[in-house]
Design a protein around this ligand. Structure first.
Ligand code: ATP
Ligand code: MG
Length: 340
């Protein structure tokens, strides 16, 4: 309803207005969209002036957030290729660092990642606009990068993770040429800024398809770019650990499907626990108390992990608390664990 309000208002003010991206894709395959993105020919300033409840955000990618209660509709101005005109910038290794060249709806379609993500619902006549064969791919159940796959992966290696996550969510396959490009560029994920990887990890594990996403990430050998310590353990073979992680992922998906609240620190604590435990045990052998050992181990493991994925303090502090509680949960006699 909020998305429709935004579309209507833009349309009535004489602008073109479309729903685009995951919202359209998910609705067309019968899934409930997680969020709605709007694309328009109005500039960020024009959009901002049109909606009282709005603000301009972003630097690399400027757009407007329109707020209705707790819901936020993202409204973006059509963009052209980053190498056309000013406002775009390519950094080292062919990465896009600034992406603010405005353009036509067709140009906007070609700079999106996958064909099924570039479908536009037009509020003016209730039609779906498709420049890149997205409808056909949606029919076939295929994720396919728009344009030359290798270039598209290199300019933003996070697309590799997006492909794996979204294909797992929709139970789609990945087109062979896209898959080939992904394999050739996946190692570039290692130089992704940690805050961006953190955002991607949240999407992987909080979208309601954590179990499928995790297994898909492992099948494509991408876990090493997110949680290398856990990846090494799983590669050595550890059935107990596998079932523990699966249990946490299943639990998370279940809570999402029941509409219960979830938090990132729960799963993150799981992913790093085996290494915290092992280090703490070693410290104990050196004579440290279990509390001190856990503190020291937590700091070391977090420091290693934070070089890859940034974890805000509001999450890392409760993660440490969870780890500190583990020894108390192991003492099952006398009901103390239950009480805790
Ligand atoms: P979901 O919201 O279910 O995670 P989504 O496809 O909607 O999936 P968003 O991150 O909400 O993902 O992005 C909305 C749209 O913006 C995408 O569908 C795609 O068209 C475009 N987009 C997002 N990220 C990229 C990217 N890295 N490169 C190119 N286009 C992108
Ligand atoms: Mg979305």
């Amino acid at each position: 309803r909020s998305a429709l309000k935004v579309l209507d208002k833009l349309h009535e003010a004489g602008h073109s207005a479309y729903l685009v991206g995951g919202g359209v894709r998910d609705a067309l395959v019968g899934l409930k969209p997680k969020d709605f993105d709007v694309a328009t020919d109005a500039s960020p300033e024009t959009i901002r002036a049109l909606f009282r409840n709005s603000m301009i955000i972003g630097r690399r990618f400027r757009l407007v957030h329109v707020r209705y209660g707790r819901e936020i509709i993202e409204v973006a101005t059509f963009r052209a290729a980053h190498n056309k005109g000013e406002g775009g910038e390519i950094g080292a290794a062919g990465r896009i660092v600034r992406d603010n060249v405005f353009g036509t709806i067709e140009e906007d379609a070609y700079r999106r990642d996958f064909s099924v993500n570039a479908l536009y619902y037009n509020i003016a006549d209730d039609s779906i606009v498709d420049y890149v064969g997205g409808l056909a791919d949606l029919d076939k159940g295929v994720f396919q990068l728009i344009g030359e796959p290798k270039t598209r992966c290199e300019e933003d290696p996070v697309r590799v993770l997006r492909a794996v996550r979204l294909a797992a969510k929709l139970k789609f396959s990945i087109a062979p040429s896209t898959l080939e490009a992904m394999q050739a560029t996946s190692s570039e994920l290692g130089s992704t800024p940690p805050p961006r990887l953190f955002e991607e990890v949240l999407k992987l594990f909080q979208g309601g398809y954590a179990l499928r996403s995790f297994h898909s990430v492992r099948e494509h050998d991408l876990l090493v770019y997110l949680f290398p310590m856990l990846d090494a353990r799983l590669k050595r073979g550890d059935e107990k650990l596998e079932s523990m992680i699966d249990a946490a992922l299943i639990n998370t998906d279940k809570r999402v499907s029941q509409g219960k609240p979830i938090t990132p620190y729960y799963l993150l604590a799981f992913m790093m626990w085996p290494d915290v435990e092992e280090r703490a045990k070693a410290e104990c052998l050196n004579g440290a108390t279990i509390n001190d050992a856990l503190h020291a181990a937590a700091d070391t493991v977090l420091a290693t992990q934070l070089r890859i994925i940034s974890i805000p303090k509001r999450f890392s502090v409760p993660m440490k608390e969870i780890w500190q509680m583990q020894p108390r949960l192991e003492r099952l006699k006398g009901g103390r664990a239950l009480k805790l």
